[in-house]
Design a protein around this ligand. Structure first.
Ligand code: SF4
Length: 210
């Protein structure tokens, strides 16, 4: 008499566990097969490389740069992610000495201002007595500012000052002041100071002190 299949391989029940809870032999076989295939694929494909490649695709063409929040004088650091000139994301910069990655509600809302139709992207000029603003090109704006600085400097130049009986050379302008902002980096502030001193501007202030 032939031995029943189950008895040939020992006592393997048709199902494991109670009714409706266990796996039958066919399901177990399928699971084993799938697991084996998975292991084989795992051997063929380096899962870490696949994950890294997926990550690369997601971040493809994305560049990051650091910037500062422009809303208040704290000057919290931010990281901006950009693709094709479009801002994708802004977050607090964890390496920034001021905020260590945190941002207040104003800072977080900076992302929304980026795409706002009210955002000002070109220099605006309102002539004396005018009731409206005119758009200027950046070149026009820079030229206007340069001419005004030159004119004001020449008109208000102080070459010497009396100290007691003596005329002391001071070489400064009393007609121009320079105001820096909390968003300026140390390097920018260094250059601003140089420019201000070269022009003879002694009045150099900072937004955060006012
Ligand atoms: S995130 Fe808030 S505290 Fe920091 S600079 Fe912006 S407005 Fe100021």
């Amino acid at each position: 008499m032939d031995t029943p299949p189950d008895e040939r391989h020992g006592s393997v029940p048709e199902t494991t566990g109670g009714e409706g809870q266990g796996l039958d032999r066919r399901s177990l076989f399928r699971l084993t097969l799938l697991g084996g295939t998975g292991l084989a694929l795992d051997g063929l494909l380096d899962v870490r490389m696949v994950r890294a490649a997926t990550k690369d695709l997601k971040l493809s063409q994305v560049s990051e740069f650091t910037t500062s929040c422009n809303f208040c004088s704290c000057g919290c650091g931010m990281i901006a992610a950009v693709r094709d000139g479009n801002l994708l994301k802004m977050e607090g910069d964890y390496d920034h000495i001021v905020n260590r990655g945190s941002l207040c509600v104003k800072g977080i809302s900076m992302f929304a201002t980026h795409a706002s139709p009210k955002r000002n992207k070109v220099p605006l000029y309102r002539a004396p007595g005018s009731d409206h603003w005119e758009e200027l090109s950046w070149e026009e704006a820079v030229n206007r500012i340069a001419k005004k600085i030159k004119k004001t400097r020449e008109e208000t130049w102080v070459a010497t000052e009396k100290v007691g009986d003596k005329d002391v050379t001071v070489n400064r302008t009393d007609g121009i002041a320079f105001l820096g902002g909390a968003q300026n980096t140390n390097e920018e502030c260094y250059l601003f100071q140089k420019a201000a001193r070269l022009l003879g501007i002694p009045y150099v202030e900072h937004q955060a002190r006012l």
